[in-house]
Design a protein around this ligand. Structure first.
Ligand SMILES: NC(=O)c1ccc[n+]([C@@H]2O[C@H](COP(=O)([O-])OP(=O)(O)OC[C@H]3O[C@@H](n4cnc5c(N)ncnc54)[C@H](O)[C@@H]3O)[C@@H](O)[C@H]2O)c1
Length: 295
């Protein structure tokens, strides 16, 4: 059985472990937290998963590594230095980082050619996308192997042509979320109505077409050129930006609506997973993009 070492048993690491474990990989999950075994027993029952606190030991027989530790460059550098020293020289070292450049994570690392970003969307067990982002020293063989592994897990890996902070998904999300914060701060809409509005419109649209394809359809038979030159030409207003000094009040408002804490988190995660599965099941992520006109 192939062995994957997952680094970090937090939100993302646990979900990766569920995905790899259910796909038939033997999983080693490493985290210095004292309750590691409890987490494995509670959140990964009946899966071939072993908690191994010591990272060097957890990595020693890995065929693939998926790092999901803290989003701090100094910690990532330290973890990847340990991984480089304790893995075979054909093993891909993939980081789940949401925004850090792979070239920076790999700086001075003797295994820089094996380091690549494999950025999932939460929860990786369910979300199809993995953004594969090579750094300047990442080898083509590393990218090819990462893509092959993610595909074998049923994911949709998309390889960026070059690295950029935040990659593509989180750059888009940053712009979008800032406008959402701004609209709530301005008293235009409540957090729960904004969530509903997005789910009932843009969220559903983007699950089926994406911004460019929906632009083509929005313009009718004359396509995106018509949309952008007619409807689009009136969208000239300034969008504004959230007030950073009022973020605490905004966080309080969101917490009042959705709550916090372990039990609450598990309840919300269950609802999200049920809805995500319902939307995902009929969608075929291996289907070619509809823009491929000769398909
Ligand atoms: N949360 C998200 O929505 C999301 C989505 C995609 C990617 N990511 C990325 O995934 C990574 C993990 O994020 P998360 O949300 O799971 O964080 P998290 O805080 O839930 O988990 C991080 C875990 O790393 C552990 N850790 C600390 N030091 C460690 C070490 N030296 N070795 C191994 N483990 C160590 C912590 O104990 C903790 O359990 C980050 O790089 C983040 O940017 C997060």
């Amino acid at each position: 059985m192939a062995v994957v070492t997952i680094v970090g048993a937090g939100v993302i690491g646990i979900s990766w472990a569920q995905l790899f474990g259910k796909a038939g990989w033997e999983v080693r999950i490493s985290d210095p937290r004292p309750d590691l075994q409890e987490i494995v027993d509670r959140q990964l029952p009946d899966l071939p998963v072993r908690g191994v606190a010591d990272l060097a030991a957890a990595a020693s027989d890995a065929d693939f590594v998926q790092e999901a530790g803290p989003e701090r460059i100094a910690i990532k550098e330290q973890m990847f230095s340990t991984l480089a020293a304790n893995t075979r020289d054909d093993v891909v070292l993939a980081s789940s980082s949401s925004s850090l450049l792979p070239s920076v994570i790999a700086e001075g690392n003797p295994a820089a050619d094996r380091i690549v970003i494999g950025h999932p969307f939460n929860p990786p067990e369910l979300m199809p996308l993995v953004e594969v982002v090579p750094g300047t020293q990442t080898s083509p063989a590393t990218v090819a192997r990462a893509v092959e592994v993610y595909r074998s897990l049923g994911k949709l890996p998309i390889t960026l042509k070059k690295e950029v902070p935040g990659f593509v998904g989180n750059r888009l999300q940053k712009v979008f979320n800032e406008q959402a914060f701004y609209l709530v701060q301005q008293g235009v809409i409540t957090p729960q109505d904004l969530d509903l509005l997005v789910r009932a419109s843009l969220g559903l649209r983007w699950a089926t077409t994406g911004p460019f394809e929906s632009g083509v359809l929005g313009g009718g038979p004359e396509g995106i050129r018509h949309l952008l030159t007619h409807v689009g030409s009136e969208l000239t207003f300034e969008v504004g930006a959230p007030d950073p000094s009022k973020m605490d009040a905004l966080i309080d408002e969101v917490e009042n609506v959705y709550g916090t804490g372990e039990e609450n988190y598990q309840r919300l995660a269950e609802i999200r997973d049920r809805r995500t599965r319902a939307i995902l099941e009929p969608l075929d992520w291996q289907e070619p993009a509809r823009g491929d006109r000769d398909q």
